[in-house]
Design a protein around this ligand. Structure first.
Ligand code: URA
Length: 193
């Protein structure tokens, strides 16, 4: 897809009023990064800071994510980051099933456009959208291939959410360790072609 078309998709997202989340949030947060990226990170939904700035992962969890990217020698410009829902749920509550379902239209369009080689899910909500039977305590740090209706066979790597790991030393260590596995998984995908 051309950059122009990708910009058009973002513009359409910005004017979305498909669900009630748009009534309470400040702005839509479509996503950010390289639309030709091989790796797409998918989080849960914008928090307070993201809602203020219109950009994904720019709060404390985002800073931690940036630190982990540095460890594996990646920059934001190398990847694409989006969320399962594009508008901040009030008081950072979990997104409702109906909101995830409504917002799927946009995430599906983003995945079709970016065609990532690997989708890295951040947290339970993101994992559950694609791998509903998995438990994050078992699935984290693992690679999955799954046929997703409308998108075909996709590659996934499951991580804990950086916000969950921020104040939990044990989870933090696990997340950092799992994070380092991203490039190995990408290599494996490329070598299997
Ligand atoms: N948490 C998320 O899941 N997404 C963001 O964009 C920020 C925090």
């Amino acid at each position: 897809m051309l950059e122009q078309d990708f910009k058009k998709l973002n513009k359409r997202m910005l004017s979305c009023k498909k669900c009630d989340l748009r009534k309470t949030c400040n702005q839509v947060v479509p996503g950010e990064g390289n639309y030709k990226a091989e790796i797409m990170f998918i989080g849960e939904g914008p928090g307070k800071k993201e809602d203020e700035l219109g950009r994904p992962f720019v709060g404390t969890a985002g800073k931690f994510l940036d630190e982990m990217l540095v460890v594996i020698k990646l920059e934001r410009e190398d990847i694409y980051i989006a969320n399962v829902v594009k508008c901040r749920p009030p008081k950072n509550r979990d997104p409702l099933k109906s909101e995830v379902k409504t917002c799927w239209y946009w995430l599906e369009e983003q995945i079709k456009t970016i065609e990532p080689k690997l989708i890295v899910t951040l947290g339970r909500h993101s994992m559950n959208r694609f791998l509903p039977k998995e438990k994050i305590s078992q699935a984290h740090g693992n690679f999955f291939q799954k046929e997703i209706v409308g998108l075909g066979k996709l590659n996934f790597y499951v991580l804990y959410h950086p916000a969950a790991a921020l104040y939990n030393g044990g989870l933090r260590e696990i997340l950092i360790k799992d994070f380092k596995g991203i490039l190995k998984v990408l290599d494996k995908i490329e070598n299997e072609k």
